[in-house]
Design a binder for this molecule. Structure first.
Ligand code: 5GP
Length: 221
């Protein structure tokens, strides 16, 4: 039994760690955007990576918040100037992740949430594999996906048809991901994402301050 003075805290703050890159991919309409928004609401320690895109804004989308909307020339300039960590062409438009904010966040121990496709996830895996946590969101069924795509009602019919055809191709990449969440119930899926995030944050190799923390602790033993 230790009857001595109550132990002093060994660390003045949380253990230093690298930020992680939390990637959500799914076919369009599987609920990924809703899940990303809900995760940002409940977890204040993760921030969204805002992509640049050549796609036109949809009604309600805010420049600088949902995307940074750019023209093709600006996109090419950023890509060729090394300003993008990854980029891809999706449904005829270009999308890319600005490099600087992501690299700064990881260095400073802040977590970043990505809503990007399988092409982006593959490029991040080539460049920052140790920091990456990849989650694939599946719809509960084909008809459920089709219903969600039609329900959105913001895109022209031919765009919906194209996305249905593309869904199968996107889904074929499911096995490249670390986790797969079947989104039948948004609350349950959100709980899964929170659990994954909590576990990944305490991975040993991510907690760069552990060696110093344990060394300091051993001095008092
Ligand atoms: P939407 O036009 O519906 O917002 O997005 C279309 C697709 O592009 C989605 O699957 C989305 O995840 C993906 N996407 C959005 N931003 C990026 C990005 O910066 N990089 C990549 N690789 N994909 C992106």
């Amino acid at each position: 039994m230790n009857n001595g003075p109550s132990p002093q805290p060994l660390s003045s703050g949380p253990i230093a760690r690298r930020g992680l890159l939390f990637v959500l991919s799914s076919p369009s309409g599987a609920g990924k955007t809703t899940l990303a928004r809900r995760l940002l609401e409940v977890d204040k320690d993760i921030a969204m990576s805002v992509s640049v895109t050549t796609r036109k804004p949809r009604p309600g989308e805010v420049d600088g918040q949902d995307y940074v909307f750019v023209d093709a020339a600006r996109f090419s300039g950023m890509r060729d100037g090394g300003e993008l960590l990854e980029w891809a062409q999706v449904f005829g438009n270009h999308y890319g992740t600005p490099r600087q904010p992501v690299e700064a966040a990881v260095r400073e121990g802040r977590d970043v949430l990505f809503d990007i496709d399988w092409q982006g996830a593959q490029q991040l895996a080539e460049k920052m594999a140790g920091d990456l946590v990849r989650i694939f969101i599946l719809p509960p069924s084909g008809p459920a996906l089709e219903e969600r795509l039609r329900g959105r009602n913001q895109d022209p019919v031919e765009v919906v048809a194209r996305r249905m055809a593309a869904a199968s191709a996107e889904i074929s990449h499911w096995a490249e991901y670390d986790y797969v969440v079947i989104n039948a119930d948004v609350d349950k899926s959100l709980a899964s994402l929170e659990a994954i995030l909590a576990a990944e944050r305490v991975r040993r190799d991510r907690q760069t301050g552990l060696t110093a923390f344990v060394r300091e602790m051993q001095k008092s033993l």
